[in-house]
Design a protein around this ligand. Sequence first.
Ligand code: 5AD
Ligand code: SF4
Length: 443
Amino acid sequence: MKTYFVRTFGCQMNKHDSERIAGMLESELGLVEAKTPEVADVVVYNTCAVREGAEERLRGHVSSLKAAKTGDNPNVIIAVGGCIGQRDGEALLSYLPHVDVVFGTHNVGRLPALIASAHETKRTTVEVIDSATDFASDLPSIREHAWHAWLPITVGCNNFCTYCIVPYVRGRERSRQLEDIVTEAEKLVADGVVEVTLLGQNVNSYGRDLYGEPKFAEVLRRVAATGIRRVRFVTSHPKDLSDETIEVMANTPGVCHYLHLPVQSGSNRILESMNRRYTRESYLALVDRLYAAIPDLALSTDIIVGFPGETEEDFEQTLDVVRKSNLDQAFTFLYSPREGTPAATFEGAVPRDVMQQRFDRLITVVQASVYANNQRLVGSVQELLVTGTSRRDPNVITGRTDSNKVVHAPLPAGESAGSLAGRFVSVVIDEAQTWFLSGHFEG
Ligand code: 5AD
Ligand code: SF4
């Protein structure tokens, strides 16, 4: 075994786990990254079970690797882990028989040993455990970008929204010790990281298990105090976002004015059936409080279309909430039944064509909101963290604003894109589209 390739599906938590997987494969097994899965000695799929689409893509990818395994690369070790590994365990082999290692969400740290065992014994190795007691925080990581780090503060979820598989595959919510988080943030700063994203399924309830009350506002304050230039966090459940957290976001330098606050639906009937534990009125009131405290806030959300029982009226209520929330971004999903969740047994399935038609209408309303907000930025000066160059033109840099918007700007004469990556620059915004802004370097 000499090389590895990791393919990631799903959320930021999985992206972070993949960075740790890469770190362990390099430090414990001495592997180096391969350019493509077809030529790698070890291929790891870190999977997502939240919606059907990611599952289908996994099957497609693993099947295409089968050709390599029966052809030029017969000794390749294929490992499948993450949420599908956790959910299916040994049963995964019934539909993907050429997989060599199955692991779950709680034993990522065991992966090098499982791969080594499959390699030595030439036998399939399956290891999935129900839960982990400790917060595996000291694993090595190979970060995708030197300047950005994911920093998990909680794992798991106690909310049991009726459509969601996460509490079953990630387990109950566990918080990491505050001092441990701060120490890691300090190390990251010393390492040159300028942007950190705090991760948790519901960061707002951070600390409830450890300290008897949520302490997310304190995490934000303490992490920002390390001097890191930008602090982001996902995800916030609307029922748990405290006024103290809003106050810290408004008044703490370094805490980005960007908030991902999934609403899921604008209908009280559907919200109740989803077990979201807030109403359209309380969501909108929260949004009002947020804009009052943070006028330049960029708000993003998640919305599910076609939840069982959703009527035209319910859907209209969702459109209404979108219109009233002044959104900067929305991730929109067609409802996908997940076996084992309560909603999978609910009556009132919405026909596919109705779902799709609502989805298209929703996108139109979301895009109008995003476009209008982007137009308001024309003429403003934005500080960008440069992330790379435009795919279309290597002389155009790409960066993100504090509010997480993508901006393109031509490189000034004498600058090289490579030396700007991970640095902050000031850009005047000249033009705004729905998906990105364009500008020029200030001065
Ligand atoms: N069907 C569709 N979308 C879902 N999500 C979670 N579970 C489902 C499902 N069964 C969406 C929610 C969540 C996001 C990560 O994925 O909007 O916020
Ligand atoms: Fe799933 Fe709800 Fe937990 Fe989010 S809060 S992970 S949607 S159960």
